[in-house]
Design a protein. Sequence first.
Length: 207
Amino acid sequence: MMAFICLALAVLVGMPATKGRLGPATAQNAAQHTAKTPRAGPRKRDGATVRGGLMSKLQPSTTVDPLLVAGDIELFAACLSAGLTVHAAATAVARTAEADTQHLWETVSALLGVGVPTESAWDHMKGHAGLEDVAGLVILSGQSGATIAAGCTRICTSLRAEASAHATAKAERAGVFIALPLAVCFLPAFIVLGLAPVVISLGAQLF
C-alpha cells in the first residue's frame, strides 16, 4: 500500500517537470502552429458559413422584368437620339435604372469612362435578355448613334411583346386552375342529377 502511494506521488511530481523540459524546437513548433500568417486564411469554417455558401450556389438567379429592361433600353435610345455619346447615354440610364439593372449600366459607364474598349465594356451584359442584344448592337454599330437608337427601338418592341405574351399565358393557366375545382364539384352533381335519372328511366322501360 505504501509503495503504491509513493508511486502515485512520483508520477504527480514528475508531470510538471516533463512539461518544463520541452526543448526549444518543440516550443518553436508549437508557436508556429499557434501563430497565424497573413496567407493562412481562416482556420475553420463553421457550419453556418458552409451552409450559406452552398445555399448561395443552389439559389436560382433572379430574372429581370422585361418591361424594366425595355424602359432602360428606351431611355438609352432616347439619349442617343438626342446626340449623347454611348458613354453619356449609359451614365444617364445608370442614374435612373432600377436596382435589378442599375449595376449593369453603372459597370458599362465606369468601364467606358476609363477608356476600356467597347467590346470589353459591354461584355458583362451577356446572359441578360434584351441587354445582350443592345451590347451586340453597340459593338457592331461602330459607335453610330442613329443605328443604335433604331435597333434599340426594335428590341424594346420585342421585349414588350414577349412580356405581353407571357402575361397572357399566365392568365390562361390561372383560368384553368380556377375552373378545375369547379369542374370537380359540378361533375358529380351532373352525374347524380342529370345522367343517373336518364339511365334509371331507360332501365325501367327495358326491364
